[in-house]
Ligand binder design. Structure first.
Ligand SMILES: *Cc1c(COP(=O)(O)O)cnc(C)c1O
Length: 357
């Protein structure tokens, strides 16, 4: 070992889903939206010029922050924007989780949480989901340094009702509770309204899923102005210009097109509900997901085998060789055409494999 090695911050990084470069794959592995962004985004893109690149972008992320605020009937001081919700959540960990007590999150959840906790040296504890992969609110009624969970949870898709989230928030008034609502627009009810009554609640959302803009990297946090001010202090101590000019302009155009947003999320919800039926007919046990993905296990065929076979056929889904979920697949909801090709392939494959029928 070299002398300087002991001074290196060693981390085990987050592993993102594969991004195959071939264009003929059916990509159902990273929860991207199968539809393009709003046509208003394309229009705004065509209107952009390189002249704006000469200058630094707005450090306060306007006009995007103002547009998000008006969409959700908030004041701009209640909105913080960042480079995808991954950036926003990392800032939140740095800003709000500074206790010697462990922060709490589910054992089966978004796999970035433990990576940030390790990176920032925040003590943490994973709270097991129940047998049905649901969060038990009472498990979070104890001393801790903060709480974070996705709602709906990932990769399970299980949604907590606002009243259940409120139970967790009200039992944790002395720490910050973060509801990561990356998938809330696919049929869930946001707890944003609760931020009026609970100053310790922060709601984080993203443009990556319901607004079809994963590649632009836009995420945001909403809550009372004090929490947002603390987040901004940390951001300005780190990098004032996290969001580039194109993201600010194109994100603003996306938020303005409410009709397109509502139409495409409704379409994904319809495809998801159909997928629950079709996959069940193929012998899968399908959880009641309220997200743009399904978490499934097959009655007889091992998940790993299905995963590998699908991949060879150019159909990418997500599989984790991890405790409790190593026999599950997470399948992102694609277009109806993509899903039909998935069902057709699975039907043939499962019929041909004696061990898997
Ligand atoms: C996708 C996702 C995010 C992050 O998305 P960004 O692309 O960084 O905005 C955060 N939390 C959960 C649970 C997610 O699934």
């Amino acid at each position: 070992m070299k002398a300087w090695e002991s001074n290196i911050r060693k981390v085990t990084p987050y592993v993102p889903g594969e991004q195959p470069r071939q264009s003929n794959v059916i990509k159902l592995n990273t929860n991207e939206n199968p539809y393009p962004p709003s046509p208003e985004v394309a229009k705004a893109l065509r209107a952009m010029t390189t002249g704006t690149m000469r200058k630094y972008p707005a450090p306060d992320a306007q006009p995007l922050v103002g547009e998000i605020a008006s969409f959700y009937h908030l004041k701009p001081e209640q909105v913080f924007a960042g480079v995808g919700s991954d950036d926003v959540l990392a800032m939140c960990f740095l800003t709000f989780f500074n206790s010697d007590r462990p922060i709490l999150f589910p054992d089966i959840t978004y796999s970035f949480y433990d990576v940030w906790a390790e990176l920032f040296r925040i003590p943490y504890e994973r709270i097991p989901l129940d047998e049905a992969f649901r969060i038990r609110p009472q498990d979070y009624f104890r001393e801790n340094g903060g709480v974070i969970f996705p709602n709906p949870n990932a990769p399970t898709g299980e949604l907590l009702a606002p009243g259940t989230v409120e139970e967790i928030v009200s039992h944790n008034r002395d720490v910050i509770v973060i509801a990561d609502e990356a998938y809330i627009d696919f049929g869930g009810e946001s707890v944003l309204d609760l931020t009026d009554r609970y100053d310790n609640l922060l709601v984080v959302q993203t443009f990556s899923k319901s607004r079809s803009m994963a590649g632009m990297r836009i995420g945001y946090a909403m809550g009372n102005r004090e929490l947002i001010a603390y987040l901004n202090d940390v951001k300005y101590s780190f990098n004032s210009y996290t969001m580039n000019e194109a993201a600010l302009t194109l994100g603003t155009a996306a938020v303005r097109d409410r009709a397109y947003f509502e139409e495409t999320t409704a379409r994904i919800i319809r495809t998801r509900e159909e997928a629950k039926k079709r996959l069940a007919e193929l012998g899968f046990l399908v959880g009641d997901s309220k997200a743009n993905f399904l978490f499934v296990t097959h009655r007889t065929c091992p998940a790993k085998e299905i995963f590998e076979t699908l991949k060879k056929a150019g159909i990418y889904v997500r599989y984790w060789d991890k405790p409790r979920i190593s026999n599950y697949l997470r399948i992102t909801v694609g277009t109806d055409e993509e899903m039909e090709r998935l069902y057709a392939f699975l039907e043939t494959f499962l019929a041909a494999h004696a061990a898997c029928d």
